[in-house]
Unconditional design. Sequence first.
Length: 285
Amino acid sequence: MTLLSNIKSRKEKVDAHKDTDSIENHLEIPDGLYDKCPQCDYVEETVHFYQNNWICSECNHHLRMHVAARIKLIFDEFNVFNHIIKSKDPLNFPGYQEKLETLSDENGVYDAVVCGEAILANKSVIAVIMDPNFMMGSMGTVVGEKITRAFERAQKQKKPILIFSASGGARMQEGILSLMQMAKISGAVSKFNQSGGLFINVLTDPTTGGVTASFAMLADIILAEPNALIGFAGPRVIRQTMNHDLPEGFQRSEFLLEKGFIDKIVDRTQLKNTLNHLLELHEVK
């Protein structure tokens, strides 16, 4: 399955169903025909979510987005590099290799991140997009290696780097090797920063755990999509540790903006224009 085929396949199912008028086919609703907003439970045809950039038309909640859909929304051109890098299952974790292969077939990617040399409104950038559909975007050795290489490429080519983070944190199937990626990527960020490079990070739902605790919060400019879950530990763990009720909206984009942790919340429909404006301000060509 190619990188773009995943977002096309569900739309094709919907179109094929709409062209069929038999009563029998209308009684049996095929998988993937409808999706439900996790925020307000509004049910809508998948094709409408697809056409609306996976934004709920009822409550404006930004649903999680496949890598290919993100590329199509933001970039005019995207050339993938270091794509076929696969985990060697360093801990021989039971069932891990089989799970990776299954997710790779389903999502059209080899791990939870895709990196590319991209064009955004005639501006050349290095882009890193994390995929919450692949093991919740968890950060293992492959994710750490690919993001590190992306920073090194951006530094060598003197280009800005844009990251769209989405992660549940470290990947438990790779143990301490997963945690080591936090320091590895942070080191690459530091070298990139010292060279004068521009790093813009867009926090999407969810960005949590080791990703938040490392490179996601080291960007020069930190943007976020509306109502994205952003934090380190989960609210339940924090509540139990502190033995205290948490503020309403805790760990959501709006709360973090109020407390100064992020620079701006940007609706998905305005994200490309906002990024273009930021690149223009920094005289990126």
